[in-house]
Design a binder for this molecule. Structure first.
Ligand code: TRP
Length: 329
């Protein structure tokens, strides 16, 4: 059985991009692999969340994981900060990560551009912590969205460098995993770019049907095709991209043909997209609410998951210390 690791940062509610980019793959993988799914709450500290919000954010993402169908009886579900071995491996991996390559990381450069007032060292070494998360369980596969490809490439590089520095073949080089098809990117509703937690263009799994309808109906479009067979503009293409993941192929074909024939009514397209999103999110939202109300269940999941994760992580740390040359006095 392959070992699979993936995490989601606890920085706000999960959206459709998380669901289709990551979670749906987690679900497919949990039966056939040895899976570790965690809440990346240390990673969320780069943006300095208030102490009053931290716990609630973690709890929300945990409830959302479970509501989507991640089964803690099969997969190991845990909170990153419950596994201190991860931070030790992070420190050790920092010795084989070079400042130059960290500075050149796309996500780091983006952060500098967007938040020049908070370029902390945690942001610089974000890929090292992510690598520690993954190789602490000596994972083979990592289901992630397209935006994480570069981080995963760095994980492979750190693992390779560790192996060659100590002349061992200890850490496998993990691959990004997304069930054959290319990595999925769900666009936002504002016409450009991907759906993000912070971009204000997302549909959340916890959104009520009313909110979803309102958001989709106000998505950016254009003034309509003028020539038969014309390529849809970027914002319209984005709506079709969402439709392709939430609607039946026959529905997609119907609206694509309507667009080609210059007969499309964007209002109808949006109504259809909204209803098909709701069909997927509504049962999930109901489960989120009932899980959130069950603190005893949540505490049990976190305790048992944390114990299993630490068992795996402490074995790795013991072996890594030995490889590096630490010996008992
Ligand atoms: N960086 C990932 C994201 O922003 C979250 C993450 C942290 C992660 N550690 C990980 C994903 C380990 C996969 C494996 O989405």
């Amino acid at each position: 059985m392959d070992t699979v690791v993936s995490g989601i940062r606890s920085t706000g509610n999960l959206h459709l991009g998380n669901y289709f980019g990551a979670l749906r793959n987690f679900l497919k993988m949990q039966k056939e692999n040895h899976c570790f799914f965690f809440i990346a709450d240390y990673h969320s500290l780069t943006t300095h969340p208030k102490p009053d919000n931290l716990h609630g954010n973690i709890k929300q993402v945990l409830a959302e994981y479970l509501a989507c169908g991640i089964d803690p009886e099969i997969a190991t579900v845990y909170i990153q900060s419950d596994v201190p071995e991860v931070t030790e491996l992070y420190l050790l991996l920092n010795m084989v990560a070079y400042v130059g390559e960290l500075e050149r990381t796309t996500s780091f450069k983006e952060k500098i551009r967007k938040h020049p007032d908070n370029i902390n060292a945690g942001l610089l070494t974000y890929p090292v912590l992510m690598a520690a998360d993954i190789i602490i369980h000596r994972a083979h596969k990592v289901p992630v969205g397209k935006d994480q490809e570069q981080h995963l490439e760095m994980t492979r590089r750190f693992a390779r460098r560790f192996n060659s520095l100590y002349e061992v073949n200890y850490f496998p080089e993990p691959d990004a995993y997304n069930f054959g098809q290319e990595l999925i990117k769900i666009p936002g509703l504002d016409g450009t770019g991907k759906m993000g937690k912070s971009e204000g263009n997302g549909i959340f799994l916890a959104d009520t049907p009313g909110v979803i309808r309102k958001k989709v109906m106000s998505a950016v479009t254009d003034s309509g095709p003028t020539e038969p067979g014309q390529e849809p503009s970027e914002p319209v293409k984005n709506l079709f991209t969402i439709m392709k993941v939430v609607s039946d192929p026959s529905t997609v074909k119907y609206f694509t043909d309507q667009h080609s024939a210059c007969q499309i009514r964007y209002g109808d397209l949006k109504k259809q997209v909204a209803e098909d999103i709701i069909k997927i999110t509504d049962p999930i939202r109901n489960r989120i609410n009932s899980i959130l109300a069950d603190n005893i269940y949540l505490a049990k999941v976190v305790r048992e998951g944390g114990e299993k994760a630490r068992e795996s992580a402490s074995k790795t740390i013991r072996e890594v210390r030995e490889i590096i040359g630490y010996k008992q006095f």
